[in-house]
Design a binder for this molecule. Structure first.
Ligand SMILES: Cc1cc2nc3c(=O)[nH]c(=O)nc-3n(C[C@H](O)[C@H](O)[C@H](O)COP(=O)(O)O)c2cc1C
Length: 296
């Protein structure tokens, strides 16, 4: 994807994951060249605009990878968000993304993340303020298809977003109320959302666990890019596999030996709880390999 100011971002992006997209995850996946850009989890802006030094420290591990970084922010105060966006841009983020999607009860109670979908006019105002603060640099917004119901998208959310003309819009096909529940018609919803955002760059999100899922999303929804998230935990090489599949190539199998070697790196570079999370996802919680790892 190439934006008005010449910024380029890959069409297969690692969806941000709070608690995962940090530390060893960044270092190991970057070293293995399994991602071509990083997207930070949200930084919540509440009582004031963070000082430059704090923002610099927060951004540092992402910038240290040498890859383009999309910085994500969330909050309720448009002016503070716009000023934070400007500072993050100056500090080296290539694009800034406004999170209006997070369904966490704490975030929603604080009128942030997915709660913002109840105020589409606020989303438009905030995106305009961010664009003004950031000059030509790309501004994005992360959405779910509604707060209570997917019907909100075409009637309320998309018209406001279209009017603000962000450079990219990420759509996760669940509503905030649905959190991570299984849903049957995700691709239909995303397809309708893509249609309602015609003329804008749309990144698809939701249940991208395999390369086939990404192909289906591309074919059925006509999105410009995809951002798998949880699927990367079971297969941290998923973005490479998706790229191969989209080129029509067979994915290379991820062998037990390769999994063990990858886990070995996490053992050296991350705390035990994160090692266990990685091992459970790589092998499956009921696998002999995970049980053996538990006993180590
Ligand atoms: C543990 C976890 C943390 C997440 N943190 C963020 C976040 O900080 N910002 C964001 O935009 N999305 C976040 N997400 C949502 C994912 O980026 C993605 O939109 C969602 O999981 C659906 O995609 P998937 O089904 O491929 O995982 C998070 C998801 C998970 C599971």
């Amino acid at each position: 994807m190439t934006f008005a100011n010449g910024t380029r971002l890959p069409r297969i992006l690692p969806g941000p994951m709070e608690g995962v997209t940090a530390g060893a995850w960044l270092k190991i996946l970057t070293r293995r060249q399994w991602v071509n850009a990083w997207w930070t989890p949200f930084l919540r802006i509440s009582i004031g605009v963070p000082r430059r030094s704090r923002l610099a420290a927060w951004l540092a591990p992402y910038l240290a990878t040498g890859l383009p970084v999309i910085a994500q922010i969330m909050g309720e105060d448009a002016a503070r968000l716009a000023e934070t966006a400007r500072r993050l841009r100056e500090l080296g983020a290539v694009a800034i993304d406004l999170n209006c999607a997070c369904p966490s009860p704490v975030v929603v109670r604080n009128h942030s993340g997915g709660e913002r979908l109840r105020h589409p006019e606020w989303i438009a105002t905030t995106l305009r303020a961010m664009k003004q603060a950031m000059g030509e640099a790309p501004v994005g917004v992360k959405l779910r298809v509604g707060y209570e119901s997917p019907d909100e998208f075409a009637t309320c959310i998309a018209p406001a977003v279209r009017e603000a003309r962000p450079d990219f819009v990420t759509v996760h096909f669940r509503t905030v109320r649905e959190r991570y529940e299984p849903i049957a018609d995700g691709l239909d919803r995303l397809s309708r959302a893509r249609h309602a955002l015609s003329g804008l760059t749309v990144i698809g999100s939701g249940d991208l666990f395999t390369p086939q899922d990404a192909i289906a999303m591309h074919e059925r929804c006509g999105v410009d890019a995809v951002a798998p998230a949880r699927g990367m935990l079971a297969n941290p090489r998923l973005l490479v596999d998706v790229a191969q599949a989209l080129r029509g190539e067979m994915p290379t199998p991820f062998t037990l030996q390769e999994k063990a070697s990858l886990l070995g790196e996490f053992v050296v570079h991350s705390p035990r709880h994160f090692q266990l999370q990685i091992a459970a996802n790589l092998y499956g919680k009921n696998s002999p390999e995970f049980n053996a790892f538990l006993k180590k």
